[in-house]
Design a protein around this ligand. Structure first.
Ligand code: HSE
Length: 429
């Protein structure tokens, strides 16, 4: 390293990379501990691709691993993305060489975080990833640093701006999912290949990371229960609203003596709840600590400026030589991840059945639920124009998910039920 001049290598020159280059060019002395930071090498898939920022004066590396290993930079910033491939190879190379790594790559940290933490701690290289979760809104530092005096038992929130935007627009414009998604893609709010976002996988990466930070366990993306918003119908958005709820893609992680549950589901939040109020592309998160109580943060979860600000905050941490374990505990002390038995999960639920409007249907549905021990909290039947049949919607008191699902399967077999029932959880928030 060369005194207080910190040389930054940046691999990946998309929206966030561009934001970072602009920021460091304008504010090289941004870090509170003093010193100066400047980009001294870049790498991306294509050198010649048109970009809204200038890289012509920056040393170019075809291979991100070569950039990670170059002696011409002191901090390696990985903005390539993807859980494996060049991003992983370059991060591993930098950490093995003892070079600090800053990354925005949630898939990499959620899927390989424990092994990368071991590598980082072996060589003493910081591995920082504030930008991986909630973009510019500081959730990672909050859990890793600000909450260490407490015992966190649950985190839950909205971690994917694309889904939040789509759900908000569906409700506001009374439009179908596919229609809003197509428009979001045209406007550049959603990726051309939207599965990571709308399938819930991006949110699952993020909540897996937050679970590790909150509970001191190894991040275990493979154990997450994941359901996206691609099957959400406008009808359910409207009916949920009639019952006093808004549908949000809620990612949650809960600790109990039996283990940890990490889940992403479209869920109902009461209309007045802060999660229901977080509209558009906003992200929002509750953290529940035993002593501190509930904390709520909300802010942008994506975008060039906010995400680059989070990357810069991590660069500043390296410049201040802050030393912290990668997750909440040193890698060797991270608890193994013990998933809770899903059959023991209790939930309150919203269930919609499409049925023929004929005598005895409601009685048959409620009888089956009663026999299964499912207690109904509210019930709504509402004729819908241009629909075959009529929706009957109910919400339940807390019930074992497996018991509820078995009862729903039984109801699905009734001759009067004309479509697959729709189950949505009511968020435990
Ligand atoms: N695609 C993410 C979102 C942003 O829509 O929230 C980057 O994590």
């Amino acid at each position: 390293m060369s005194g207080t001049f910190w040389r930054i290598g940046v691999a990946g020159l998309g929206t966030v990379g561009g934001g970072l280059l602009n920021f460091l060019a304008d504010s090289p002395e941004f870090a509170p501990a003093g010193g100066r930071a400047a980009v001294t090498g870049v790498s991306a898939r294509s050198r010649s691709r048109p970009r809204p920022f200038d890289i012509s004066n920056l040393p170019w590396f075809d291979d991100p691993v070569a950039l990670a290993l170059s002696d011409d930079n002191d901090i390696f910033v990985e903005l390539i993305g993807g859980s494996d491939g060049p991003a992983k190879a370059a991060v591993e190379a930098a950490l093995k060489a003892g070079k600090p790594v800053v990354t925005a790559n949630k898939a990499l940290i959620a899927e390989h975080g424990a092994e990368l933490a071991r590598l980082a701690e072996e060589t003493g290289a910081p591995l920082l990833f504030e930008a991986a979760v909630m973009g510019g809104t500081p959730a990672v530092k909050m859990l890793r640093e600000a909450m260490v005096g407490d015992t966190v038992r649950s985190v839950a929130g909205i971690l994917n701006g694309t889904c939040n935007y789509i759900l908000t627009e569906m409700e506001a414009g009374e439009r179908a999912f596919a229609d809003v998604l197509a428009e979001a893609q045209r406007l550049g709010y959603a990726e051309a290949e939207p599965t990571m976002d709308v399938g819930g996988f991006d949110a699952a990466h993020k909540i897996s990371i937050l679970a590790a930070l909150a509970f001191g366990c190894a991040p275990t993306y493979a154990a997450a229960e994941i359901e996206g918003i691609d099957q959400i119908e406008l009808l359910d958005i409207k009916l949920a609203k009639d019952l006093g709820y808004r549908i949000k893609l809620v990612a949650s992680a809960d600790w109990s003596p039996d283990g940890v549950s990490v889940r992403v589901h479209p869920s109902l939040a009461p209309l007045s709840h802060p999660l229901a109020q977080a509209g558009g592309a906003l992200n929002a998160l509750f953290i529940e600590g035993e002593r501190i109580g509930r904390i709520f943060i909300q802010g942008p979860g994506a975008g060039s400026g906010p995400t680059a600000a989070a990357v810069a905050a991590d660069i500043a941490d390296v410049m201040t030589r802050a030393v912290r374990p990668v997750f909440q505990k040193p890698a060797a002390a991270l608890r193994p991840f013990t998933p809770v038995d899903p059959s023991k999960t209790q939930t309150r639920a919203y269930v919609r059945f499409m049925v023929k409007d004929e005598p005895g249907v409601i009685a048959a549905v409620s009888e089956t639920l009663a026999e299964a021990g499912v207690s109904i909290e509210s019930f709504l039947q509402k004729p819908v124009e241009n629909a075959d049949g009529v929706p009957i919607v109910l919400t339940t008191h807390a019930v074992s998910e497996s018991v509820l699902m078995a009862a729903i399967l039984q109801i699905e077999q009734l001759p009067a039920v004309i479509a697959k029932p729709r189950l949505l959880r009511i968020a435990r928030i």
